[in-house]
Structures are given as C-alpha cells and as structure tokens.
Design a protein around this ligand. Structure first.
Ligand SMILES: Nc1nc2c(ncn2[C@@H]2O[C@H](COP(=O)(O)OP(=O)(O)OP(=O)(O)O)[C@@H](O)[C@H]2O)c(=O)[nH]1
Ligand SMILES: [Mg+2]
Length: 225
C-alpha cells in the first residue's frame, strides 16, 4: 500500500501525524478516535479541517487533496482528553480506491456537501451507499452542509439538508469553514458521541447527538462561530 500525501503536506510536513502508517490497519487500537472527512471535491473538507485545527481559512486558490492527509487534534471533553485523528480524503473520483481502504477504520465520518453546489448535495445518496458498503456498521455519520456563509450563491436550502438527514437517520448541521460557523461543534459532537461509547457507564443514558447539537446551537443563539 503506497502512502499518498497531499502536495501541501509533502511540502510543509508539519502539523500532520508523524506516522500515517498507523492507518489503515490500527484505527481502533489506541491511536485515538478516527474521524474521516468525505464528500465531493471542492465541498470544503480540507478548509473545514484547517479551520478546526488552526482556526484559519484557506482563501485563494483551491488545492485539491491528493489521496489522503492526516491531522491530529486533542480535545478536552468534560475534562477528559480525547485524541482525534482526522483523515482528510480526496473527493476526486480517481482517488476513490484509496479512500475505500480507510473506511473500515474510521470511527466517525463527516459527510460534506456544498450548499452552493446542488450536484454535491445530489451525490450525498451515493456517498451514503458507499459508506454503507465500506465503513463499519456502527460508524458515526454526520451530514454537513458547508459554505453556509455564501448566502448569495446558495443552491440548497437548509430544510433540504435536514430532510435528507432525517431520511437517513443521521444528524445534520450547516457549517462554514470561512466564518467558522459550527466547525468546532461538528467535531465536538462526534467526539462526544465516540467518548460516550468508549467510556459508557452502565446506567448512563444513550448520548443523543442531534439533541446535543440542537441544544448547543440554541444556547449559542442564531450564529455560532
Ligand atoms: N465561501 C466558502 N468557501 C469555502 C468554504 N470552505 C471551502 N471553501 C472554498 O472551496 C474550495 C474548496 O475547498 P477545499 O477545502 O479545498 O475542498 P475539498 O473538499 O478539500 O476538495 P478535495 O480535496 O478536492 O476533495 C476552496 O476554494 C475554498 O476556499 C466555506 O465554508 N465557505
Ligand atoms: Mg481537500
């Protein structure tokens, strides 16, 4: 198996996990929780990750990810440190077979479409089929409508995203890598869900991901960023 890295990472080589070899075989063996970003090319997966990791937005020219890229981030959830290993996949069709190899080791998937690109939304069904085929049955999936800041170019209504998510029984929210809207929340929500699963007390009620997300958004007012 040949490791392919994005050009950006190859050039910079900083901030990424030291050993991408840890995957795909050891995703469930103490390497932390693995969260994989999937969705069409250009929907903003890399930007979402960079926003989450570095708090910055990559404006300017679009550098499409080649193969797969890795970033680690430690989060503190209820005073417990949770290590997330985040896999940023290439959305381009020609890298699909690379991505397939990683699905089974992912604990959570953030599935993105671009609210300004109807085709990326229409492809969500195909992505869900692919997930069903390659990922673990108990994988946590969350649907994200990214680029929510781009009001003038919007092509997919928030309600459409909500409806699709409901149909497939997955939690949903709109995000923006540009403004930062819900970026932290998206990762926190899946990390919480995964933490609950691994450290479950016998009497503890099941963690309700969508309820948590809705509550967090309410308490943050209309525009959490
Ligand atoms: N307005 C706006 N633009 C965004 C946002 N997120 C990403 N973009 C832009 O969308 C383009 C694609 O972003 P990327 O993050 O590189 O897309 P990707 O999903 O990683 O694409 P692949 O690596 O090819 O799969 C870039 O030009 C970004 O500047 C967002 O939240 N709002
Ligand atoms: Mg990318």
């Amino acid at each position: 198996f040949v490791q392919i890295m994005s050009r950006k990472k190859a050039a910079k080589g900083k901030g990424s996990s030291k050993s991408p070899k840890a995957s795909p075989s050891s995703g469930r063996t103490g390497k932390g929780l693995t969260v994989m970003l999937v969705g069409d090319s250009g929907v903003g997966k890399t930007c979402l990750l960079v926003r989450f990791k570095d708090g910055a937005f990559l404006a300017g020219s679009f550098i499409s990810t080649v193969g797969i890229d890795f970033r680690n981030k430690v989060m503190s959830i209820d005073a417990v440190k949770v290590k997330l290993q985040i896999w940023d996949t290439a959305g381009q069709e020609r890298f699909r077979s690379v991505t397939h190899a990683y699905y089974r080791d992912a604990h959570a998937l953030l599935l993105l479409y671009d609210v300004t690109n109807k085709a990326s939304f229409d492809n969500i069904r195909a992505w869900l089929t692919e997930i069903h085929e390659y990922a673990q049955q108990d994988v946590v999936v969350m649907l994200l409508g990214n680029k929510a800041d781009a009001t003038h170019d919007r092509a997919v209504k928030r309600e459409e995203g909500e409806k699709l998510a409901k149909e497939f029984g997955v939690p949903f929210m709109e995000t923006s890598a540009k403004s930062g809207l819900n970026v932290e929340l998206a990762f926190t929500a899946v990390a919480r869900e995964l933490k609950h699963r691994t450290m479950k007390e016998p009497d503890e009620p099941k963690f309700q991901l969508q309820e948590y997300v809705d509550k967090e958004m309410r308490t943050a007012g209309c525009c959490r960023s």
